[in-house]
Structures are given as C-alpha cells and as structure tokens.
Design a protein around this ligand. Structure first.
Ligand SMILES: [Zn+2]
Length: 321
C-alpha cells in the first residue's frame, strides 16, 4: 500500500507529514517556517523542497508515495487547483496555481482542500467523527472555520466553498465580521472575540482577577488566560465562556436544523476550554432546537487535534488520486 503526503500550508509554518492512510497515522513529519512575506512563489518552492526532503529523511522514494494533499487556509477553486483568497497570508494569493506548481516541482500528483475541511475529513475517518454519516466541525481559533460531512460524504458545495460555519449569521444587526458581513459567529466566539470581551471587562474595572493575571497589560489577555481564571472560579471569566458557548449553541442549532448531524466536533485552540464552552453550548442546543431529535446529537472535542488536517487531506488525496 502506498503512503500519501498531507501538507499544511499555514501563515506561520509549513508542515509535511507522511501518512499511512489505512490506519490514519502520521509516520514521519517535518515543519519549517512559512516565511510567507517572501511571496507565493517562494513559499511554494519551500513547500516542494520540504516534501522532497521529508520523503528522503523517511528513507522512502517518490515511487512509494501515491500523491500529495495540501490543506489551505482560505478559499480555493478546487476544479482549477488554484487559491482564490487566503486572508491570513501576505498578498492573499489570488489565482495562484498551487496544485500544478507543487505537482511540477515534486513530480507527484497533488490535490488541494480547505484546511478545516481537511480537519473535518480526518476527524470523520479516524478521529472523533468515526462511525457516523453526518457531522459538523467548528474549528475555533483566530477565526472560526468549519466543515460538514453529510450522508457519508465530505460536503464540498461550489468549488469546495461549502461549510464555512464561522460565517453563519447569529445576529443580522451584529458587528462587522472580517469577511465583510455583519454578525457572523466568528465575530462573537473566535479567540480574538473572546479575548476582546476579557480586555473590555478589565478596562471597565469589573471585579475580575483577569487584570491581576495579565498584570494589567491588556494585550496579554488570551482565551487561555480567561479559561484559567474561569476554572479558578472567576465569575466574569465564567460568564465570558458562558456567552461564547451560547453563541456557538445558536450557530450549531441552525446547523442541526439544516442537516440533522449525529455529532458536532469542536476543535482549535479555544476548544481547549472544554466544558466551559461545551456546557453552555449543549444547554443552548437543548433549549432551542425543537424540530429534530437534539438529545441524539453528541457534542464532543477533537481526537486527532493537530494531526487531523494532515491525516484528513492525505486520505482525501488517496481517495482522489
Ligand atoms: Zn463573517
């Protein structure tokens, strides 16, 4: 059985993993800084070089590799194999032929997939989504990414653009989102949105230990710090996660009504807060969703964590190539 390569094209790091797609296991991996400021041509060259070096350092040859899957943080044209808009990378990469370039530089067939759809595919095949045919993933970090599996298939939609759960609207009068719309979930429950509520609480002089914990340097307030305060009993910090979990529950409720998932998976840095977030999310779902059997929907955390994306996109490549 051939092995496949899963790549993660991040704004900060490039990661290449050799994956056993029968077991969903990372066999070998390497990571280097993306140096994204050098532009897309340089980044693609670095990624191709890293692929070849990873194959060499695992004592394999190109013939033993079935192909490459690349998880990409943004909007793609899957049919043309191009990036359309990568909001977190300098230059945003409009119409960059990523698929053809990596194929040419490595001599290996290559496919692309959005990074959170890659995570969704990985969790479904080998992680927290195993055994169910319909599920939703919320990846909560700097933004909120998403992905759907519907009736036993990773949902793609037009050019792979379906599944942007962070940009479902929970208040049409809400604040402007990074995407240009108003009141998206991402504007309420992403890492920066949660941190901003904590900063505001300290700036307003509310009774919270957060001020002391960040030594009154508001830039040090992170979702992790707020979670720590909440776990130590800080009422304001608990309330911040209660609210974020409520907003997530509202968005997840819409998804439940739309697709009837058996499982909802929460992943990404902010999901480390665990029950602080999942508790209010579950309560909101139970209170608000009436048209489908919400008590049968499991709300769980990721199992594959940081490996979900490279495993998922390598399996995706194995299915396609
Ligand atoms: Zn948005």
């Amino acid at each position: 059985m051939k092995k496949y390569i899963g790549c993660d094209l991040g704004g900060t790091n490039l990661r290449v993993a050799i994956v056993d797609v029968d077991r969903g296991a990372v066999l070998h991996q390497m990571m280097i800084p993306a140096l994204a400021r050098e532009g897309h041509d340089a980044v693609m060259q670095r990624m191709a070089d890293l692929v070849l070096e990873t194959i060499r350092s695992a004592s394999l040859t190109g013939e033993e590799i079935g192909g490459i899957g690349i998880g990409v943080p943004g909007v793609l044209d899957l049919e043309k194999g191009e990036t359309l808009f990568l909001p977190n990378l300098p230059g945003t990469w409009p119409h960059v032929p990523l698929q053809a370039t990596i194929t040419k530089l490595t001599n290996l067939p290559t496919v692309l997939l959005n990074d959170v759809r890659s995570i969704t595919h990985g969790e479904w095949r080998f992680g927290a989504g195993r055994g169910v045919d319909t599920l939703a993933v919320f990846a909560i970090g700097t933004g909120i990414g998403g992905g759907l599996v519907v009736n036993g298939q990773l949902h793609l939609g037009i050019g792979g653009t379906g599944g942007e759960l962070g940009h479902t609207v929970i208040d049409f009068n809400g604040p402007r989102c990074g995407c240009g719309n108003y009141g998206c979930l991402e504007a309420y429950a992403s890492g920066p949105a949660i941190a901003a509520v904590g900063m505001k609480a300290v700036a307003q002089g509310l009774t919270t230990r957060l001020g002391e914990m960040c030594q009154y340097d508001l830039n040090r307030i992170t979702p992790e710090l707020i979670a720590q305060a909440a776990q130590e009993g800080d009422e304001i910090a608990k309330e911040i996660f209660e609210k974020a979990g409520f907003y997530l529950g509202i968005a997840a409720g819409n998804i439940c009504s739309a697709i009837g998932p058996r499982r909802i998976i929460i992943t990404g840095g902010v999901s480390q807060a665990g029950e602080l977030l999942l508790g209010p999310m579950r309560r909101t779902l139970r209170e608000r969703v009436t048209v489908m059997p919400i008590d049968q929907v499991e709300i769980v955390r990721s199992q594959l964590e940081n490996n979900a994306g490279v495993i998922g996109v390598a399996c995706w490549a194995a299915d396609r190539l």
